[in-house]
Design a protein around this ligand. Structure first.
Ligand SMILES: Cc1cc2nc3c(=O)[nH]c(=O)nc-3n(C[C@H](O)[C@H](O)[C@H](O)COP(=O)(O)OP(=O)(O)OC[C@H]3O[C@@H](n4cnc5c(N)ncnc54)[C@H](O)[C@@H]3O)c2cc1C
Length: 501
């Protein structure tokens, strides 16, 4: 007889963990199967020498403060783990550098508006209108979600909120370009496009607008213990409520009976029974054999194939044998741009050439304990389309990886002389690394690309293509990122428990 569970969760990324913790705390018997040897998916760390590196996290959204917190804080509190985690505020939020441009953006609407208007006085009116609109959009979405509930029909709801309807259907560029003329001001205002993976001409205004609004309203934070501490805490909440988490053993196939979910077969060949399966694996994996091929409706296959895949990343992880201060590093998040032309930066990311824009993050600025005393831990990140990387033969792959890493290192060395000599540990990841450790197609980091057509209301919904199957994680609503992915699992579980899905 197979072991029976109320729910089986495939994958322990933040989406899977959020679902597991919420269901287990609601009294469900839950089994989590994770292929990797640790929980978290991208929200994890790895160790080289005396350094622990964060695989992904730069800035966590939605934590805020006790009196003024966002959804991330509320979810962690509801899961009973908020007081087990410690968060450090990232201030300033980011610094943008480009030829002739060097602007830092503090958190807070007023402070950010002041900083931008001081840097670009001729653009004051447009900057105020731009940020004012995003703030109003954020309020509309808050009102809408509180009033309409989780299971509301997005089409009906969205039509009652014109600002949201417009943002859900338009890219960022027309609005940004209408309000602000100076390319340098546009660059600084739109700099967080890197967190959403598409340039202003393509990124949905709703995604970008809500993302920037959240960082301005609640600030950005970084957890002490890095993203692994966050993932371990959510996994701990699930286990404390009785969930079993198996590492190093994934789900090979979802079992069906009479067209409904009946369980899964593990990678070890063990059948497990359940009429509820929550998949944190990509929908592409479901179509490629995780579901029996004959059970995948053609409409679902088409829907998945039609969704553009987001970019992956090339990261250069640096363990430095010197302190951040001694190298002149004062900011957590520095965006280094070769020009003010974001569209060109994005085009370069679609090939294998030298990046035109990248991010330099030094964690010790926000958390002095991020690495051993006298050292610093940092990362260089360039977004990168996975397709050309996956097509490379092995010898060319290594050369491409070194070329991209070297170009970012040379750029950052100019800014922080001595950094290269201080490197004690260096590790480079590419979209192939992402694919290997998380199974995401093309090594995508944000699931389906954040175009207007894939806005949070129209993205894949939680109920999957067969009864009893639910989808969570970056490929589903509301989208990629730590807070959205945890919220996908948490919300799907709420719908299951409440019977609303
Ligand atoms: C370099 C980088 C920087 C980033 N920076 C930020 C940031 O600053 N802020 C932010 O909010 N977001 C950031 N992100 C994005 C964020 O990390 C992701 O969008 C999010 O963590 C994805 O979560 P997920 O739930 O989709 O699961 P994933 O992280 O994709 O994990 C999926 C899990 O499922 C497992 N799995 C897959 N198939 C199976 C199977 N068949 N059986 C068992 N297990 C399976 C995988 O092993 C994996 O553990 C960044 C990402 C990267 C890579």
């Amino acid at each position: 007889m197979s072991k029976h569970y109320d729910a089986i969760v495939i994958g322990a990324g933040l989406g899977g963990l959020g679902a597991a913790a919420k269901l287990a705390r609601a009294g469900y018997s839950v089994r989590v199967l994770e292929r990797h040897v640790q929980v978290g998916g991208y929200a994890s760390t790895f160790v080289r020498g005396r350094f622990e590196f964060d695989v992904s996290l730069h800035a966590l959204s939605g934590i805020g403060t006790a009196g003024h917190g966002g959804d991330m804080r509320d979810m962690l509190a509801d899961l009973g783990i908020l007081d087990r985690l410690e968060f450090r505020t990232i201030d300033p939020l980011y610094r943008t550098v480009a030829p002739g441009v060097d602007v830092t953006l503090p958190p807070g609407w007023e402070a950010a508006t002041d900083a931008l208007c001081t840097a670009f006085p001729a653009e004051r009116r447009g900057i105020e209108r731009f940020l004012g609109h995003l703030r109003a959009l954020q309020q509309d979405v808050l009102t809408m979600t509180r009033k309409e509930g989780l299971a509301a029909n997005p089409l009906r709801v969205i039509s009652q909120y014109p600002r949201v309807a417009h943002a859900a259907s338009a890219p960022l560029a027309p609005f940004l370009h209408r309000e602000v003329q100076d390319p340098a001001a546009r660059l600084v205002l739109a700099q967080l496009w890197g967190y959403f993976g598409l340039p202003p001409s393509q990124v949905g205004l709703l995604y970008f607008g809500l993302g920037l609004a959240s960082y301005l309203e609640y600030g950005g934070t970084y957890p002490v213990g890095k993203s692994q501490a966050l993932s371990n805490a959510v996994a701990g909440a699930a286990e404390a409520a009785g969930a079993e988490i198996t590492l190093g053993c994934g789900a090979r196939q979802i079992l069906l009976d009479g067209g409904k979910v009946a369980g899964v077969v593990t990678d070890d060949g063990e059948p497990l029974a359940s009429d509820l399966v929550i998949s944190n694996a990509s929908p592409h994996a479901l179509c490629a054999g995780l579901l029996p091929p004959e059970a995948v409706p053609e409409s679902f296959r088409r829907r998945v194939a039609a969704g553009p895949i987001s970019l992956g990343s090339v990261c250069v992880y640096l363990g430095l044998a010197r302190t951040a201060e001694s190298l002149g590093i004062r900011d957590h998040e520095v965006w280094v741009n070769a020009s003010t032309d974001i569209e060109s930066h994005h085009r370069a990311q679609l090939g294998l050439g030298v990046p035109e824009a990248y991010l330099f993050t030094c964690y010790n600025v926000t958390d002095p304990g991020a690495s051993p005393p006298g050292t610093a831990v940092a990362v260089l990140v360039s977004l990168a389309d996975g397709k050309p990387w996956l097509a490379l033969p092995p010898d060319e792959y290594r050369a491409a990886k070194l070329r991209v890493a070297e170009s970012m290192l040379a750029g950052v060395e100019q800014r922080f002389p001595g950094l290269r000599d201080a490197i004690e540990e260096l590790a480079v990841s590419t979209p192939l690394t992402n694919l290997r450790y998380t199974g995401n197609p093309d090594g995508a980091i944000y699931g389906t690309a954040n175009t207007p057509a894939e806005n949070p209301g129209f993205r894949l919904n939680y109920p999957g293509p067969v009864p009893g199957l639910y989808l969570v994680g970056a490929w589903t609503r509301p989208g990629g990122g730590f807070e959205p992915c945890l919220s996908s699992g948490y919300t799907a579980a709420k719908l299951i428990v409440g019977g609303a899905a």
